[in-house]
Design a protein around this ligand. Structure first.
Ligand code: 6PG
Length: 475
């Protein structure tokens, strides 16, 4: 017997994997949901996969909006960019004042700022919400980062909490802050994701070319790590990748995949904004650059032939070195999170987001791509001091990092001597060494700027700005 509802209390636009899975997740939690996609087969698939018979697919926007209870609550899950504006434009004639519109995609935060203004001026409630967790997360529990119209969020809160991932019973969703803060936080989440993925790639390179381990041995190390303090989603999937054979073969699919990484842009945006905010995040920047460098395959092949790049296998005690590698990876991972959190703190200051970084860490502990054991330590650090200016200044993190940095030094010196590229490892350690320098060599930079451009400098223990005639003028 069909119990298909006449009216639906939630609408989803875009029934690609993410949109469809999120709506199916809502359906599981008793939400009567209408889904819209111009491709009718996607709506049919939604109905087929619905477990409660409470979801319906539409390919006609008018029929879709007419099927929703009032005030309407609609989420868009479509690719970022112009398409979001196009969807909004096609939807506006069917919206009434007071309706709620949510952008659940990876929109650039400046686009979200603009849309907040435009839609608010028209009397609609609009909020941007970052959603993380990929297909599985969307289907069974994502981490969600809503920011903007708080009134609208409060209306949606029960549904969002019911579908979110849970850690110790706490849902991985919370109101992030005003404006585009939800999308901003999701963007930085992705920046951290890029950095950790790059670190994993470099770790693989060190094990493969430096230690000359085979795939089974590498897979075993990732498996061991996935059970220790490095426990995280990204290590977990890496371990699985090292167990997956190319269909019909006895070798890993991984070995058949081209070494050219693609990107949709959220990592690049993180680096761009960090430069604007003068919040250094070199591990994330390096990850973005290495994806870009990977695409220059032809040039790399030419350069490899020209320079006869030769890697000298590491002449080390393997067991001891793998222990150092675990420390090094842990250290680098901490630095990636620390840089991301620092950027969030800077953005919160600049854009008046009033971010509660402990709450951000809390909702990242489950559902999202960067979920990890270590997020508990980050959460605790901000619990101890909500105003902590930098993660590396927390006492517990200090203890952990002071120990792990030893491994980071051992591994990095070995890889540099062997000719193995580990740029995110290097960027992380150098960032740490500079950050923990009470005196950096930037006095020389200031002197040079003053020398060639009369840009002035400041003096230790003396008020004011100064300029020198560094050499006698030639004219
Ligand atoms: C997530 C992911 C998700 C998406 C990335 C992929 O949190 O669920 O971050 O948003 O998979 O955008 O990004 P790239 O295509 O740039 O690697």
């Amino acid at each position: 017997m069909s119990n298909t509802p006449d009216k639906y209390n939630f609408g989803m636009i875009g029934l690609g994997t993410m949109g469809r899975n999120l709506l199916l997740n809502m359906g599981d939690h008793g939400v009567a949901g209408a889904g819209f996609d111009t491709d009718a087969s996607k709506g049919a698939l939604l109905e087929k996969e619905s477990t409660n018979n409470n979801l319906k697919g539409f390919s006609d926007i008018q029929a879709f909006t007419a099927s929703l209870t009032s005030p309407k609550a609609i989420m868009m899950l479509v690719p970022a960019g112009k398409i979001v504006d196009d969807v909004i434009a096609s939807l506006l004639p069917y919206l009434d004042k007071g309706d709620i519109l949510i952008d659940g995609g990876n929109s650039h935060f400046t686009d979200t700022n603009r849309r907040v203004e435009e839609l608010e001026a028209k009397g609609f409630h609009f909020f941007g919400m970052g959603i993380s967790g990929g297909e599985e997360g969307a289907r069974f529990g994502p981490s969600m980062m809503p920011g903007g119209d708080k009134e609208a969020y409060n209306v949606m809160k029960p549904i969002l909490e019911s579908i979110a991932a849970k850690v110790d019973g706490a849902p991985c969703v919370t109101y992030i802050g005003p404006g585009a803060s939800g999308h901003f936080v999701k963007m930085v989440h992705n920046g951290i994701e890029y950095a950790i993925m790059q670190l994993l790639a470099e770790t693989y390179e060190i094990m493969k070319k430096g230690l000359q381990l085979d795939n089974a041995e590498i897979g075993q190390i990732f498996t061991d790590w996935s059970e220790g303090r490095l426990k995280s989603f990204l290590i977990e999937i890496t371990k699985d990748i090292f167990a997956y054979k190319a269909p019909g073969s006895d070798h890993l699919l991984l070995d058949d995949i081209k070494d050219e990484a693609r990107a949709k842009g959220t990592g690049k945006w993180t680096s761009q904004v960090a430069m604007d905010l003068q919040a250094p995040i070199p591990a994330i920047d390096t990850a973005v650059s290495m994806r870009d460098l990977s695409k220059y395959k032809q040039l790399r092949v030419q350069a490899a032939a020209l320079y006869h790049t030769e890697i000298v296998p590491l002449n080390v005690d393997k067991t001891a070195f793998i222990a150092s590698l675990e420390q090094a990876f842990y250290f680098n991972m901490v630095i990636s999170y620390a840089q991301g959190m620092h950027l969030l703190a800077r953005a919160s200051e600049e854009y008046k987001y009033n971010l509660q970084l402990g709450e951000v860490a809390k909702i990242w502990r489950g559902g999202c791509i960067i979920r990890s054991e270590f997020l508990n330590d980050i959460f605790n650090a901000y619990q101890n001091n909500a105003e902590l200016p930098h993660l590396l200044l927390d006492n517990n993190i200090h203890q952990l990092v002071a120990e792990a940095v030893k491994g980071a030094r051992t591994v990095l010196s070995a890889t540099i001597s062997a000719g193995i590229a580990a740029p995110a490892y290097a960027a992380s350690l150098s960032y740490f060494d500079a950050f923990t320098s009470a005196r950096m060599p930037s006095n020389l930079t200031q002197a040079q700027r003053d020398y060639f451009g009369a840009h002035t400098y400041e003096l230790i223990g003396k008020e004011g700005v100064f300029h020198s005639q560094w050499v006698e003028k030639k004219h």
